[in-house]
Write a protein that binds this ligand. Structure first.
Ligand code: NAD
Length: 419
């Protein structure tokens, strides 16, 4: 694709994965050329007054990859490593994810290069409001609907919703998903991604004839996705033997005291300082002997370097893009069953879709309804991918991407621009 500004290790991975799928599907070459690039990539300056009185100019991004199936949809990430290439890669994965889940939505992603833990609440709010103002003309309930991702939460979504509503002169809850329930959020959104990961694990365990109540799990990342997945797995009787966050890893082969750990994390904001488990370096967690491994932090964690040392039976990708192409080949040879990101972590966008629908209709569902519909859609997605994998004799990742990409390509051909 040449050296353009959105080149990065993550975008290289996303584009290479796409090229493999395009070749396998024998995709129309005009469609393929278009899908390799985003529709639109926006870089904005976000001047923010800090508590010190200085004004710091943060850099913000919104990349809209494809909206042939419906409005753009995707999270906002606050993290020091955010860059255009990473956001582009994440936006492309969102396109395939929405298509695979059968949602009438396209793919986008955004973020600000910042460390939210270093910012006060006032600074975070000012930065978020200014960012919203900068992208205001490019988002909208029928255009592009942001949501939370790493480093953002329901409070950030509430500020975005408020800023957008102030500009429009009336309340527009349907501009973001992942909002607090009190202002138009849906029940069940906060837990949806982790819960969805666990629904796919349940299906995979049935397929592999694994007894979950005799299984163990290790989880990288103890945030919105990792913590909920850990809690839900423990409820099924799975022994959670290790977890990690930015501050490092904790292991206890007999099972971690999860309730206390969650309390500690809620109180201190990190795992560090918890005394009832052994400390391990964060990356070592990935190589522990366990039945289920869940990467639920950043991209490119499982690589050519460490893939051969993984000892899990199921790799359930809570994070987006945690596994490189080279690692994929190694894992496949080792017989590790992969629940790929665009399938395993789709619960977040599925319940975001439910939230958007409820906001548009001003009619709200019970949590049981949300969870039941989520489970149905996750299970359907899993079965479609498994079937494709068997029919085409390909791994689960390629199968999932083939379904997502072919649905988007079909829609483009129907709409008539490319053939
Ligand atoms: P979060 O900010 O709530 O939590 C991230 C966690 O990862 C934190 O505990 C953090 O300390 C930890 N972490 C960061 N770097 C780490 C490292 N090097 N080693 C170990 N832990 C590390 O974010 P989240 O919303 O849980 O998102 C996690 C992943 O899941 C991301 O890849 C995100 O794109 C993906 N995802 C999130 C959602 C969602 O609804 N939030 C949906 C789909 C996919």
């Amino acid at each position: 694709m040449g050296t353009v500004e959105w080149d990065s290790p993550a975008s290289e991975l996303a584009v290479k994965q796409f090229e493999i799928v395009a070749e396998r599907l024998n995709l129309d070459r005009n469609v393929a050329a278009r899908l390799k690039r985003p529709d639109r990539a926006l870089i904005v300056s976000v001047p923010t007054r800090l508590d010190s009185g200085d004004v710091h100019v943060f850099t913000g991004y919104r990349v809209q990859h494809n909206d042939v199936l419906g409005p753009f949809k995707g999270g906002l990430r606050y993290h020091p490593g955010v860059n255009l290439g990473e956001v582009f890669a994440l936006s492309m994965w969102m396109t395939w994810k929405c298509a695979l889940a059968g949602l009438p939505l396209g793919g986008a992603k955004g973020g600000i290069a910042c460390d939210p833990r270093e910012l006060s609440r006032t600074e975070l709010q000012s930065m978020t409001r200014r960012f919203t103002a900068e992208i205001l003309n490019f988002i909208g309930p029928d255009i592009d609907i942001p949501a939370p991702d790493m480093g953002t939460n329901e409070q950030v979504m509430a500020w975005i919703m408020d800023t957008y509503s102030q500009h429009k002169g009336h309340s527009v809850p349907e501009i973001v998903t992942g909002k607090p329930v009190a202002i138009g959020g849906t029940l069940g959104r906060k837990d949806a991604t982790g819960r969805g990961v666990v629904y796919t694990i349940i299906e995979a365990a049935k397929h592999l004839k694994m007894d979950l109540s005799r299984s163990s799990a290790a989880i990288q990342g103890f945030g919105n996705v990792g913590l909920v997945a850990a809690r839900d797995l423990a409820q099924l009787g799975v022994k959670v033997i290790a977890v990690s966050d930015r501050s490092g890893g904790l292991v206890n082969k007999r099972g971690l005291p999860l309730d206390d750990l969650i309390q500690h994390k809620e109180k201190t904001g990190r795992l560090e300082g918890f005394s009832r488990a052994e400390k391990i370096p964060g990356m070592d967690l990935l190589e522990l002997k366990c039945d289920i491994l869940i990467p639920a932090a950043g991209e490119l964690q499982i690589t050519e370097e460490n893939a051969s040392r993984l000892q899990c039976r199921i790799l359930a990708e809570g994070a987006n893009g945690p596994t490189t192409l080279e690692a994929d080949t190694i894992l496949e040879k080792k017989g590790i069953f992969i629940l790929p990101d665009i399938l395993a972590n789709a619960g977040g966008v599925i319940v975001s879709y439910f939230e958007w629908v409820q906001d548009l209709q001003n009619f709200f569902w019970t949590e049981a309804e949300v969870n039941q519909k989520l489970r149905e859609m996750m299970t359907r997605g899993y079965r479609e991918v498994l079937q494709m994998s068997a029919k085409e004799k390909v791994g689960m990742r390629l199968a999932a991407q083939m379904i997502g990409v072919s649905r988007v390509a079909q829609a483009m051909l129907w709409r008539g621009l490319y053939a």
